[in-house]
Design a protein around this ligand. Structure first.
Ligand code: ADP
Ligand code: XUL
Length: 547
């Protein structure tokens, strides 16, 4: 029976998983992760990105991502799996990150020396040694220029699915063109992390997949082609530098000789790579409209499938292409896991102690909120980092932990209202979805059942399932998406976390406090003291714990 390999090249780590598929069963027979900081220390990353004195500038090394693939292939080769059965592979990558390569790139990829690791051999093929990643927020000026050139935010959002966002690839390309014109001129092709890694695997330029392409502010969402006004407004000659866009199921080639010989692998099919959120949509089985997923990874994201693109008029969210050919709505928060980790580390706690602190504090935190903008925030847009404490003493560990976790869940709920989804069930994924105390806050805030997954990384599983789907399509057959995901991309029924109706009602009140604190912190509203007082009057403090 065939094996399907999925990769997830995320902000902090690379994960691989292998699916063993036959007519009746889908089993995950291999799952492995490596952390960039630990596995490849020579690249000098911290949490997967390169330290920079300017908090708005966030970059990583594309060579590191490729060396991670090499280490993972070696693990796979040693795994004992019968890799002669490997039919196809695909991947998921952090979205928005761009890789600028020279005209010699395809030759370099094809002629890699099998005795040497790939990263060192790529240096001469990169027109830019580093890649700006989704945490970068240094392109506000370029966002304004792009927006003005295409006729305003609404026009850009209607056409591409999003207003201009700093991390999106078009403003990043524009900044590179303005600040490093010679290197921009030396750039032959601009890839996303996803299409770059797929290219490496096949040894020639792979196309961009529409789910990830919609994170660029360059793609016409309706036609899934480049949108000329945005392309022309971004940088001169850009149209020639962009790879073509191909459907998610495209077989972009077979594994190149380099990887075959280096790791004893067969010439398996390589299916177009996509972004981590579109892949996670598949890996959580969200192939129908209705339910939503919340990913608590490095970023916190909330997303769900949409049959029709309902673009966000409030300007916070995005509509991306879904791998199914439909659309997906998504809102992204940059202060996700790293904010929780920062609080945990500030008080010298383990995750278990962090959870105990959540359990020991009263839901609602007596109306006290901590807005966790430790780094620049995407939703809402916050350029100058800094946490904002409303009534929580900096030395109060438990109050801070609850204040941050509740503020994050309230922000997820409030800033996803534009999606217009009645949330009854939430599929929780990402590293922090292991933490049931956090998920209890989620269930209570949303008033929804929350489920966990068996598989640790749903983006990776989604990539493996996309490899399966692409292989089926590549063989000239068809398969409904519901059949692709059946029996594996499903939440575990026994993990259900139920919302408490009283706490849900209380969070409805706290939502107003959160909105008032946010307006105040953004300089758009007055002191939220009155809102906090009103909350305290309406909801006599409960000392019950979250579980
Ligand atoms: P990404 O795919 O974006 O690199 P992951 O989805 O692997 O990230 O999530 C990694 C994060 O999960 C870590 O940064 C860590 O903060 C968080 N995490 C892991 N275990 C727990 C836990 N028990 N409670 C809360 N957060 C956790
Ligand atoms: C989505 C986003 C992040 C990255 C990294 O728009 O910026 O979720 O994909 O996970």
């Amino acid at each position: 029976m065939p094996l399907y390999l999925g990769f997830d090249s995320s902000t902090q780590s690379l994960t691989a998983c292998v699916l063993d598929i036959d007519e009746h069963r889908r089993d995950i027979v291999f799952e492995s992760s490596l952390h960039f900081d630990e596995a490849l220390p020579a690249y000098g990353t911290r949490h997967g990105v390169l330290p920079d004195a300017d908090p708005s500038v966030v970059r990583s090394s594309p060579r590191m991502w490729v060396d991670a693939l090499d280490l993972m292939m070696a693990r796979l080769a040693r795994s004992g799996l019968d890799l002669d059965r490997l039919a196809a592979m695909s991947g998921s990558a952090q979205q928005h990150a761009s890789v600028f390569v020279r005209a010699n790139a395809a030759r370099v990829w094809r002629d890699l020396d099998v005795q040497r690791s790939p990263g060192e051999q790529l240096a001469a093929s990169l027109a830019r040694p580093v890649s700006p990643v989704w945490l970068d927020s240094s392109t506000s000026r370029e966002c304004a220029e792009l927006t003005a050139a295409v006729g305003g935010s609404d026009v850009l959002a209607q056409k591409t699915g999003s207003r201009a966002f700093e991390r999106f690839t078009a403003p990043q390309i524009r900044k590179f063109f303005k600040t490093e014109p010679a290197s921009y001129a030396a750039t032959d092709r601009i890839h996303l992390a996803s299409s770059f890694l797929a290219s490496l695997l096949v040894g020639h330029h792979a196309p961009i997949e529409p789910g990830d392409g919609s994170g660029m502010n360059l793609m016409n969402l309706a036609t899934r082609e480049w949108w000329p006004p945005a392309v022309e407004a971004t940088a001169p000659g850009l149209a020639r530098k962009l790879p073509p866009i191909s459907p998610s199921s495209t077989v972009v080639g077979t594994l190149s000789a380099y990887w075959q010989h280096r790791h004893g692998l067969r010439p398996a099919r390589v299916v177009a790579w996509s972004g981590d959120n579109p892949c996670s949509l598949i890996g959580t089985g969200l192939v129908r409209e209705g339910s939503i997923a919340i990913s608590l990874g490095t970023s916190d994201t909330i997303f769900g499938l949409m049959r029709e693109p309902r673009v966000d008029s409030s300007g916070t969210g995005h509509v991306f292409g879904a791998p199914t050919g439909d659309f997906m709505g998504l809102t992204c928060f940059s202060n996700g896991s790293l904010a929780r980790e920062r609080v945990r580390d500030a008080f010298g706690l383990t995750w278990s102690q962090f959870s105990d602190a959540l359990g020991a504090t009263a839901p609602g935190n007596d109306g006290r909120i901590v807005l966790p903008w430790f780094a620049p925030e995407i939703t809402p847009a916050v350029a100058s980092p800094g946490a904002h404490r409303y009534g929580v003493d900096p030395g109060d560990a438990a109050g801070t932990i609850r204040g941050v976790v509740e503020a994050q869940q309230l922000a997820l709920a409030r800033h996803s209202q534009w999606m217009g989804v009645e949330v009854g069930t939430i599929y929780a994924t990402g590293g922090a979805a292991a933490n049931r105390r956090i998920l209890q806050v989620m269930a209570d805030v949303f008033g929804a059942d929350v489920y966990q997954f068996d598989v640790g990384n749903t983006a990776c599983l989604g990539a493996a399932l996309r490899a399966f789907h692409g292989d089926v399509i590549g063989a000239g057959r068809s398969m409904a998406w519901a059949d692709v995901v059946r029996g594996v991309a499903e939440p575990v029924a026994s993990t259900r976390i139920r919302p408490d109706p009283d706490r849900h009602a209380m969070y409805g009140e706290l939502m107003r406090v959160h909105a008032a604190c946010e307006s105040h912190a953004l300089g758009r509203g007055g002191d939220p003291g009155e809102a906090i007082q009103r909350f305290r009057q309406r909801t006599p403090s409960s000392k019950s714990t979250t579980s």
